[in-house]
Design a protein around this ligand. Sequence first.
Ligand code: GLN
Length: 552
Amino acid sequence: MTKHIFVTGGVVSSLGKGLTASSLGRLLKCRGLKVRMQKLDPYLNVDPGTMNPFEHGEVFVTEDGGETDLDLGHYERFTNVALDRASNATTGSIYSTVIAKERRGDYLGSTVQVIPHITDEIKERISSITGDDVDVLITEVGGTVGDIEILPFLEAIRQFRLDVGRDNVCLVHVTLVPYMGPSAEQKTKPTQHSVTELRSRGLSPDVIVCRSENALDAKVKAKISNLCDVSIEGVVNAVDASNLYEIPLNMHNEGLDSVVCDVLRIDRQANEIDLTHWKQLVQRVSNLGRSVKVGIIGKYINLPDAYLSVAESLRHGGYENNVAIDLQWISSEDITPETVGRLLDPLDAVVLPGGFGNRGVEGKVIAADYTRANEIPTLGICLGLQVMTIAYARNVAGMQDADSREFDPKSKHLVIDLMDAQRNVVELGGTMRLGAYDAVLAAGSKVREIYGTDKVSERHRHRYEFSPLFRERLEAAGLVCSGTSPDGELVEFVEVANHPYWIGTQAHPEFKSRPDHAHPLFAGLIEAAAARNEGRNPRVFIDADERRSIAL
Ligand code: GLN
């Protein structure tokens, strides 16, 4: 039977609940348990797919095309378990289901209410993930205890615990213990209040994870234990970590996985922890060599969370190549023909990340052309491939007005277009290509060498495609379409010959990179960056085994 852990947060938002949940997931996995993770989000959007990155940060895409909360990215990176759309449920999606059932008459005329209908649907979403292949399901509840919109979730968890039995549920509450300078004290009152709030909803935490700047005093821990009615082992300190991937080790040293196992009646002896592999990773992360400068050229650079998986993937590429990543956030709106050299010359590599809408696109096109002409290693992701193609069409293939239908539908050279536009249907709604798609890689291409295989699968999230109408002309001008859909119709990768690294992918490889196994496209980019930094030629990998031998 699946055991359940619910992670709630109190006192303030942005406490790092997602990282706590992910770290716990990794620790339980290191105990040999089969772990799954889920996020419940109390907002009304049906999914984060339509939300502005400024509001919500990155949209994380799952294999099955779910557009989900960015915490799922942490879950996948820490536990290395691929999740799916069911792993993220919002209030909006829960209400949609309930209202659709009401319209169908499924409730047989009864009054439809938050309790029991919404709470039942929440319980259903939790149960839907359980099964023989899941020993432990960790469910994180977004928002903060005390928010109005979180109440149905807390009530559902209370009922769920009664349904499945107390020994099968562990409640972990994450709070903040602030330090007050003038009195030189760590304050427990906010934690007490937030636990009181939780208890008023019928939920007493089994474990309190206290975030703090510096290690908690033993006396402070004892006070929290006493006043919040939690065992002393149940008070776990999460001190600010210098690197994300150290958090599981810190949490283990604080006894988090042990106390959770005890609450859930999981035999600790029979499930002894093996942290060897994770310790190797942290060892590597803490001892990186020289640093390389990588520019992310985007339009949401004031909110780095908008590019969370890209930034993490670059770091993974750094771990694999034993270099630290000095990330430079560059606003694409600042890039003009006059500024491009000054902004990009100091960089060892450039990433052109995904994006939607007109703002900042011209700067990206200028950047793509500059890095091609000046041999600066560049990885273009989704919109990145599209601007690389536009730049090549304009500057090399002689199509001065080349563009994407998204930005200038009147252009005579729509090298990036809606697939259906060639059939004269131009519609926006529901036409995104989402989730995992296969691609085949051309013999002799750079991507084939980097991936070390000729068939790959990557996650997608876009509406526009490389137009087949201009493929021949662009190829004749030297653009290499190095990967396509298996039927050869859709261009999935572009590159140019005689360049250390100038690769565009229509997919989002950042969703599949892991700290202990960098995605090849990022590992390859960082290798090219290190080569540029050291003034040598990039390494050429003979085959996949050779490339993999440098991963952990
Ligand atoms: N806006 C582009 C499209 O819809 C690219 C999307 C992206 O970068 N994710 O095709």
